[in-house]
Design a protein around this ligand. Structure first.
Ligand code: UD1
Length: 428
């Protein structure tokens, strides 16, 4: 039971380097299954979800070689099974990308229902519909396993009933070596969709239109090994930007693609933050009380739902009343009870939250309810008066590389401690 112990009230200053994107790498690692050769992936974030994805690849029989902390080589020519083990699949949501990848390469896949953060029901009907459209036979679920098979996948037209990142990824993976052309309509447009398409194209795929809502995939016979560098993490960058603003700091967030951050930048400016954009950096500073604003989360290029808990912390500290409208998930306000412990004044009604700003949050023992909710607790603790302890940090470490060290470098007073560590009380 490890915890973060944070003494709030120190403005963050300096520079922080953003790691490779979690949601890109968790799609690209399964995609290496499709290669007839060695894939070298660079700028890999050192996070728990990557470790799990690599363990899954190794369990299938792929040769996985860590070159250094951020580079890995995968040779999937040695894969011997198409079944993903339960204990690994339940550790992460994106384990279901192995369905599309294994189906695309071997014409069969047996993958347990995935784990990951709970935001209410997370159906996968659109993924399964996509596989069926390509001619796969998807069996009724048995013992929590999803089984799919196809003699030869056939390109087809797939219309997604709602914009789904996961379904877009899974259908791309299955379709890339199918016979003929697949068209995904109402496709997701997130930066990690484009990154996956670029990766697959560098392996010899022919995918066009990624980043728009119509993606065309011209099936090819074989994919080859490649060398590829993962894009920077949009949400990690947004999280440090929000932390800078919450503490009234001045932080330059390095190794980012500013275009990916536009919706976040716009909201922070609306709240009164100063933002300067450079080619691969963004400088964020804030002073004085923030202004209230309304936020609606939407698929890209809208405001990302994965930044909703972090922006809620800022709105909790802003002058006046703000409304948050969660437009993607049915239940993404579970962190609000934790934030209330720190004094936040937030009322939730279904997918709406009404935030009445207060001048100061106060320290309290809180939990990370999920990955981004945990990041929000860290931001709240950095801004709060007093010493906050955050439990359940394993959620945070699924997606944030070296968060403690990166924050310490920015001047935050934060320690990672083990609960029975006698040094806990003296940690700060
Ligand atoms: C991905 C991200 C997650 C982010 C989310 C929305 C990864 C690994 N995770 O999750 O961090 O919060 O996008 O940006 O990239 N839906 C269905 N049926 C389906 C699929 C989805 O009804 O078959 C619904 C979901 O319940 C949700 C909405 O569609 O309401 C969007 O979900 P989706 O984009 O698929 O999210 P994930 O890919 O799971």
């Amino acid at each position: 039971m490890d915890k973060y112990v944070i003494r709030g009230g120190h403005p963050l200053t300096g520079t922080v380097d953003i790691s490779g994107a979690k949601n890109a790498v968790v799609a690209i690692l399964p995609a290496t299954v499709l290669a007839n050769g060695v894939c070298r992936i660079e700028n890999i974030p050192n996070i728990a979800d990557v470790a799990t994805a690599l363990e899954i690849l190794a369990s299938l029989g792929a040769m996985v070689r860590r070159i250094d902390r951020h580079t890995v080589e995968i040779d999937s020519r040695t894969i011997v099974t198409q079944t993903v083990p339960h204990d690994l699949a339940k550790k992460m949501r994106a384990s279901y990308y192995f369905i599309g990848a294994l189906l695309g390469r071997f014409g069969k896949a047996s993958v347990p229902m995935p784990g990951g953060c709970y935001f209410g029901v997370r159906p996968i009907d659109q993924h399964l519909k996509g596989f069926s459209c390509l001619g796969a036979k998807v069996m009724p679920m048995k013992n929590g396993m999803i089984d799919a098979q196809a003699d030869q996948l056939q390109g087809s037209s797939v219309y997604l009933d709602m914009v789904s990142v996961g379904a877009t990824v899974n259908i791309m993976l299955a379709a890339v070596c199918a016979e003929g052309t697949t068209v995904i309509e109402n496709a997701a447009k997130e930066p990690h969709i484009v990154d996956l398409a670029n990766f697959l194209n560098s392996m010899g795929a022919d995918i066009r239109g990624a980043g728009t809502d119509v993606i065309k995939i011209y099936g090819v016979e074989r994919l080859y090994g490649t060398t590829y560098s993962i894009i920077p993490d949009q949400i990690e960058a947004g999280t440090y930007m929000a932390a800078a603003v919450a503490t009234g700091g001045d932080v330059t967030v390095c190794n980012v693609i500013p275009k990916h951050l536009e919706s976040i930048t716009a909201k922070l400016q609306e709240m009164g933050a100063e933002i300067e954009e450079f080619d691969e950096e963004i400088r964020v500073s804030a002073s004085g009380r923030l202004s209230h604003c309304n936020v609606k989360t939407m698929p890209h290029p809208g405001f990302p739902t994965d930044m909703q808990p972090q922006i809620a912390v800022l709105l909790s500290l802003a002058e006046g009343t703000s409304i948050i409208n969660e437009g993607v998930w049915e239940n993404r306000f579970r962190y609000v009870d934790e934030l209330r412990r720190m004094g936040a004044d937030i009322q939730v009604d279904g997918k709406l939250a009404v935030v009445q700003g207060i001048p100061q949050l106060t320290a309290a023992p809180v939990k990370a309810m999920d990955l981004r909710a945990g990041a929000a607790m860290v931001i709240a603790a950095l801004a709060a008066k007093g010493v906050t302890e955050i439990e359940e940090i394993q959620y945070i470490e699924r997606g944030y590389e070296d968060i403690v060290e990166k924050l310490q470098k920015l001047g935050a007073v934060i320690e990672r401690v083990t609960e029975d560590d006698p040094g806990l009380q003296q940690a700060l």
